[in-house]
Design a protein around this ligand. Structure first.
Ligand code: GLY
Length: 557
């Protein structure tokens, strides 16, 4: 992981623009990133001889500048790392402030106060990104920290050209805030942004410089910490100097399970995603042979129904058992036990929907988060998913520091039986406690075959992340798709509640949609996710970023 080779030969861009540069690598490297700025910087780090973690750190900070919907220093995330020596999971998830408490979003009658956990400073958890990147660098970095921060500093200081999709997202969000009469300061910073124009962020540049020059102390202590705490105090927020000084990113053991000849490395709690995708993949494999031993047709009525039925069971377990493992004993092994899953899958009826209790759906207003995948020339891989929760987080930009605060507190269960913004339920396992990490669906995942990286994947999308990730895996492993086909193939999502609703992309066949409706499903045609995938086929990399987003994927050789 610490090896560095200085020159690259050619840089082949799979998705959009093609670039060429000098390179003499051991083997192909690749990046699949949510925008061109992060892709170009990550590729440049790899071409300078940096490893996958170096490229990931530089990309993470660039995204804090160029992808304000989800890229961040004011949020958190998970970085899954595979090297020839070890697998590691850097958990830089936000935590509840010390003054946070179980009922902080309830009124006097014990009812959840609408939007309190979603907009404004009270919705923010203590940010983890800077500590997470620092920990990753301490453990695996081969290039100087400063050199990994500099591209982001330059993009904030000199500006970047605003992509039309970013301008559209901002304009949608401004309309949304106005229509719903939500009082946040987002418009003060982003209100004038125009597609095609250069957008400079001087305050963010100064915050990034403090991180560049002083590491985590440049964020959790000193000027940035003072600015955050002052802002909190002015607006009734909870994050204190003590919260910031005490924040720690942690290194956890990834979940690692065999499946269909692969070793699946994925996210452990406080993510629900790793358990969920493995439950889904294992139950799928248990149930498919029962269906006449024939593979199901991709995205057919039978395929969608089978995976929706499995999803009900997965999300029921998620609601009851999953939370921060440092606070709640999550029964990971039992939930992934083959016999348990066999029993769980046993009552799936391939022809009919099983019943669920009626519960009010969540708001489903907007969702974001972002993901990227990297493979370096030594075969090391990073799958990194990072978030400020909803698109543009809490809607609050820290004045003088120039970054958006997360609204991750909504990923806790504000009250048992009441769905969060993603329609997800929770109970004791995911109730709010000081310093506790809120349950996540982020699922950065790596599949190994014969100890080599075979696939690196992940996606944004709240609870739909889980469906995007397991379907990207099935698309490649079961249906032999290329990276571009796998990321762009229509997906669908079912999560127990809302009852019998299947959310799906455009592109399912009319006859299958009709048949699913006849079975009793309600179809909800709304896009979700933005998968960035790298596949290794016999030593040849194939990288894909979803066409609908503004991502860029490249193979370097
Ligand atoms: N905030 C989305 C997630 O962590 O699942």
């Amino acid at each position: 992981m610490y090896k560095r080779i200085i020159t690259f030969v050619s840089l082949i861009c799979i998705s959009s623009v093609t670039t060429t540069t000098a390179f003499a690598a051991k083997q192909q490297a690749g990046v699949a990133m949510p925008d061109s700025y992060s892709a170009d910087v990550a590729a440049s780090i790899l071409s300078q001889g940096g490893n996958a973690v170096d490229a990931a750190i530089a990309a993470q900070f660039v995204l804090a500048v160029t992808l304000p919907e989800a890229g961040n220093i004011g949020g958190g995330g998970f970085m899954l790392v595979h090297t020839d020596k070890q697998n590691d999971f850097i958990d830089y998830r936000e935590v509840a402030p010390l003054k946070g408490h179980r009922d902080m979003y309830l009124d006097d009658k014990g009812e959840v106060i609408k939007n309190k956990s979603v907009f404004g400073v009270l919705s923010a958890g203590v940010p983890g990104t800077v500590a997470g990147m620092w920990l990753a660098h301490e453990k695996y970095g081969s290039m100087a920290w400063k050199s990994l921060l500099q591209p982001a500093v330059s993009l904030a200081e000199k500006g970047f050209v605003v992509h039309p999709k970013l301008a559209d997202n901002i304009s949608w969000y401004l309309d949304y805030l106005q229509k719903k009469d939500i009082k946040v300061n987002f418009a003060d910073y982003f209100g004038e942004i125009k597609a095609g124009q250069v957008f400079k962020q001087p305050a963010l540049a100064e915050s990034l410089k403090r991180i560049r020059d002083h590491g985590p102390d440049g964020f959790y202590k000193g000027k940035t910490a003072d600015i955050i705490v002052d802002f909190m105090q002015q607006h009734g927020g909870l994050i204190s100097h003590q919260d910031l000084a005490q924040y720690q990113a942690v290194s956890r053991k990834p979940i690692s399970q065999p499946w269909q000849g692969y070793q699946v490395l994925t996210a452990p709690p406080p993510s629900s995603g790793g358990i969920a995708i493995l439950q889904w993949l294992k139950m799928y494999q248990q149930l498919v042979p029962a269906n006449d031993k024939k593979p199901l047709e991709h995205n057919s009525k039978e395929y969608v129904h089978l995976l929706a039925e499995i999803g009900k069971r997965v999300f029921a377990d998620r609601a009851d058992y999953l939370g921060d493992p440092d606070f709640y004993p999550v029964p990971v092994e039992q939930l992934l036990d083959d016999d348990y899953l066999q029993k769980r899958a046993g009552d799936v009826n391939l022809l009919a929907i099983s019943t669920t209790e009626k519960i009010e759906p969540g708001l489903y207003e907007s969702e974001d988060t972002t993901h990227f995948s990297v493979v370096d020339q030594w075969g090391n891989a990073v799958a990194n998913t990072t978030t400020i929760n909803l698109t543009f987080g809490s809607g609050m930009v820290v004045p003088g520091a120039g970054f958006i605060l997360n609204d991750e507190m909504d990923d806790f269960s504000a009250k048992p039986g009441v769905a969060n913004v993603f329609g997800a339920l929770g109970g004791k396992a995911n109730e709010i406690q000081p310093k506790k990490r809120m349950l996540s669906s982020m699922t950065p995942t790596i599949l190994l075959k014969d100890k080599q990286v075979a696939l690196v994947t992940g996606s944004p999308g709240g609870t739909t992340i889980i469906s995007s990730v397991y379907q990207s895996i099935l698309n490649v492993t079961e249906f032999g798709m290329s990276a571009e086909e796998a990321v762009n193939s229509p997906r669908f999502h079912h999560q127990l509640y809302p009852e019998n609703v299947i959310r799906h992309h455009k592109g399912l066949k009319d006859e299958d949609k009709k048949a699913l409706q006849q079975m009793g499903y309600t179809l909800d045609n709304r896009y979700f996710g933005d998968v960035h995938l790298i596949i290794n086929k016999n030593g040849k990399l194939d990288a894909g970023s979803e066409a609908r987003g503004r991502g860029k994927a490249m193979v370097l050789r």
